[in-house]
Design a protein around this ligand. Structure first.
Ligand SMILES: Nc1ncnc2c1ncn2[C@@H]1O[C@H](COP(=O)(O)OP(=O)(O)OP(=O)(O)O)[C@@H](O)[C@H]1O
Ligand SMILES: [Mg+2]
Length: 367
């Protein structure tokens, strides 16, 4: 089975359509292909990616399109469970196993029988629990705490991590044999900044989605705001983008959106000479960064003083107009002032809500 015709299934799972999830960039097409190929198999999959890149979404798709889709998808948020409770939580216990064990309790591993077991943030599992899970992967058996007989289990293991498990192996906090077992296939989700060509369709999707949810359509984002978003580094990835658009639809303020993305304002009002003397420093890199920060602050000041008239600003700064435009786009700064807060409108029809350049550039002419 391929995922190609499964947009409806994605809707049933309460997920965005697959064309939105995977976008158009080659990096995400590769992810989609890999996911399609492994979904139906029973091999353990490791999903790696920064926070907010869609690891959980990928796990839900893997389960939904697997042969165990009728079984449960059982998630274990590994860091959320204290180490002292992890073993009983995962493997359950027999009645009388310890004081207070009044009844037999099934663990998450057993609940995932005929389904998928999802270990989120697998890197935080302690070594003893890794060994016990290794046994499940090797021969499909485990023993409840306080139990004598090993029990058989048929489940597919999917793990997720946003850190480097290889480094953990080197540091001795992760078992190499366990790593080999859990990552028969690894899917690496690219950060949003590496799939920035997908940004416009994601913005459109989230605007439409939240416009429906909140029952009002915001104004088009200006061209400069979109450019700022394209130059931004998105440390929180798609989750951050989604949150930003949600507030934009709700509050209707492009100014607030732009403020979130603008490079940090100077904290001390000057260039700092504070450096970490425990490691070598690159004088070239530090001075280049400082020059850029200083330039950005000065340009911003002069732009504001000249009511964002770029011709006047360039003259004032004694640089060419072209050079100013270049510096603005390099620094990811808007060429026009952020739009003031507007009262949300309830008027627009859905087909007016696109990011088409024609419509957007008409708006930017206002300035
Ligand atoms: N490819 C995508 N397309 C559309 N929305 C996405 C995509 N990836 C993530 N999202 C949205 O971003 C949010 C975070 O996604 P998800 O929980 O899957 O990320 P994660 O990688 O598991 O993050 P974390 O490491 O913080 O747990 C979700 O609300 C989801 O709707
Ligand atoms: Mg997650």
């Amino acid at each position: 089975m391929t995922l190609v015709h499964n947009n409806e299934s994605a809707a049933l799972l309460n997920l965005p359509p697959l064309d939105i999830i995977f976008g158009k960039t080659p990096a995400m097409q590769a992810v989609r292909n890999k996911l399609e190929r492994v979904a139906e198999t029973d091999v353990p999959v490791l999903i790696q990616g920064e926070s907010g890149t869609g690891k959980e979404i990928s796990v839900r798709l893997l389960h939904a399109f697997s042969m165990r889709a009728r079984g449960s998808l059982v998630k274990v948020s590994c860091p959320a469970i204290p180490n002292s409770l992890l073993e009983t939580e995962l493997f359950g216990y027999e009645k009388g196993a310890f004081t207070g064990a009044m009844t037999t309790k099934l663990g998450r591993v057993e609940q995932a029988h005929n389904g998928t077991l999802f270990l989120d943030e697998v890197g935080s599992l302690d070594l003893a629990v890794q060994s016990k899970l290794l046994q499940v992967l090797q021969d499909g058996t485990f023993t409840r705490v306080g139990g004598r007989e090993p029990r058989s289990i048929a489940t597919r293991l999917v793990s997720a991590s946003n850190g480097d498990l290889r480094t953990q192996v080197e540091e001795g906090t992760f078992r190499l044999d366990f790593l080999f077992r859990i990552n028969a296939v690894t899917i690496n989700l690219p950060p949003l900044r590496q799939r920035i060509a997908d940004l416009p369709i994601l913005i459109d999707y989230f605007i439409e989605h939240y416009a429906k949810t909140f029952k009002h359509t915001p104004e088009l984002l200006s061209k400069s705001a979109v450019r700022l978003m394209q130059n931004y580094h998105w440390p929180g990835n798609i989750r951050q983008l989604e949150n930003l658009i949600r507030s934009y639809v709700l509050i209707g303020s492009e100014e607030a959106l732009v403020a979130e993305l603008m490079p940090d304002a100077p904290r001390t009002g000057g260039i700092t000479t504070e450096i970490d003397l425990n490691e070598p420093v690159s004088l070239k890199r530090i001075t280049k960064q400082a020059t850029q920060d200083l330039e950005r602050q000065i340009i911003l000041k002069v732009l504001q003083a000249n009511s964002w008239n770029r011709q006047k600003t360039a003259k004032w700064l004694q640089i060419s107009y072209r050079s100013l435009l270049y510096k603005l786009s390099e620094a990811g700064m808007p060429e026009v002032p952020p739009r003031p807060i507007r009262i949300p409108q309830l008027l627009k029809k859905p087909d007016e809500r696109t990011l088409k350049t024609t419509a957007v550039s008409a708006r930017t002419r206002i300035y």
